[in-house]
Design a protein. Structure first.
Length: 348
């Protein structure tokens, strides 16, 4: 995108926090949200992302204007074997089951190690006759729902609730968000950690690194579990919400206008077929991790291709603006529009 376009959109996307002395502005540090992360198997599943396409719609069902829905568990026992398919829920008929079985025959989990327990991934497939198309969710771990129950017993050995806001960061007016990916393997041991931030060597990251080493998950049983927590460090007047340093609500058009190299990637989406207008929740985590994108309100399968694309988008913004939005949650309103970007038609 042209630089002038990016700057013009920046005023709508981001509220720039005022630079104030630490003595005049109280500091707040807290964990904003925690969510389970995809397992290694989900991350290395091939084909990846949009390359997986969708199942072929059964011809007889399409001619008869019949739809279907399936929820399946894919069991991968070896890195170079197709998965076993366990049908958990099924509506519509056997032809939809057969279409999904045929579709996943080329799926592989190449990172599965010899002797490792089988990888189990779940997907939902929906066949919509009015759209003449099939849609699928991204694969998720069969036990991903465990995290919501385990968070109730998450404890810190210090008994405190949040990390310290480092004095050096407060003195320099440094604010930001740190994403901590934590793998808990035993109930009485600290988690393995990977930390992501705009300033990976800064004092905020050091504070989070020291803090998460004190986490314990005493109710953990069975297989290890990986989750991410986002820590927010905010210099604010009173208990002002961290959204004062981050995204304002925005539209899909505004998001598109600031996506890096958006004219150099093919993109064809028709939101008029997705029940527009509707809202999405996006946590910006690029380039370290895929963005988190969730539908707000009614879940509709037609929207999944848009969500999949948004998870991979990087914003082309000035450094200060990226500092403000990294790790933040945005509400993105999707209006009724048709997007058709063909790089072959775009002049250099």
């Amino acid at each position: 995108m042209a630089g002038t376009t990016v700057v013009r959109c920046l005023a709508t996307l981001v509220v720039a926090a005022a630079a104030c002395a630490a003595a005049a502005w109280p500091a707040a540090a807290r964990a904003q949200q925690s969510e389970a992360e995809p397992s290694a198997a989900a991350r290395c599943l091939t084909p990846a992302g949009s390359q997986r396409a969708e199942p072929e719609y059964p011809f007889d069902a399409l001619k008869a204007n019949r739809g279907g829905r399936l929820k399946v568990e894919l069991v991968f026992r070896y890195p170079d074997w197709a998965p076993d398919v366990v049908v958990l829920e099924s509506e519509g008929g056997q032809e939809f089951v057969d279409a999904v079985r045929e579709h996943v025959r080329r799926f592989r989990v190449p990172c599965l190690q010899p002797g490792e327990a089988p990888a189990r991934l779940r997907q939902e497939y929906v066949f919509l006759p009015d759209n003449r198309a099939a849609y699928s969710t991204d694969p998720s771990d069969a036990d991903a729902a465990r995290w919501s129950s385990l968070t109730a017993c998450l404890r810190h050995v210090s008994g405190a609730w949040h990390p310290e806001y480092p004095l050096r960061a407060r003195q320099t007016g440094a604010m930001g968000r740190v994403i901590a990916t934590l793998r808990f393997s035993a109930p009485d041991q600290p988690p393995e950690q990977l930390l992501y931030a705009r300033s990976p060597d800064g004092p905020l990251v050091k504070s989070v690194r020291d803090w998460v080493a004190g986490y314990r998950l005493p109710c953990l049983e069975g297989a290890p579990i990986t989750a991410s927590l986002t820590f927010v460090f905010l210099l604010s007047e009173g208990a002002r919400d961290p959204a004062q340093y981050g995204f304002k609500p925005l539209t899909l058009r505004q998001w598109l206008a600031t996506v890096r190299n958006v004219r150099q990637q093919p993109l064809k989406l028709d939101t008029t077929q997705m029940g527009c207008p509707f809202d999405l929740r996006v946590q910006y985590r690029q380039p370290h991790l895929p963005n988190r994108v969730d539908q707000l309100g009614e879940w509709r399968p037609e929207r999944e291709p848009l969500l999949r694309w948004l998870r991979g988008t990087q914003l082309d913004l000035p450094a200060g603006a990226l500092d403000a939005v990294y790790g933040d949650m945005a509400t993105v309103t999707v209006p009724c529009l048709r997007i058709d970007i063909d790089p072959s038609r775009t002049k250099e």
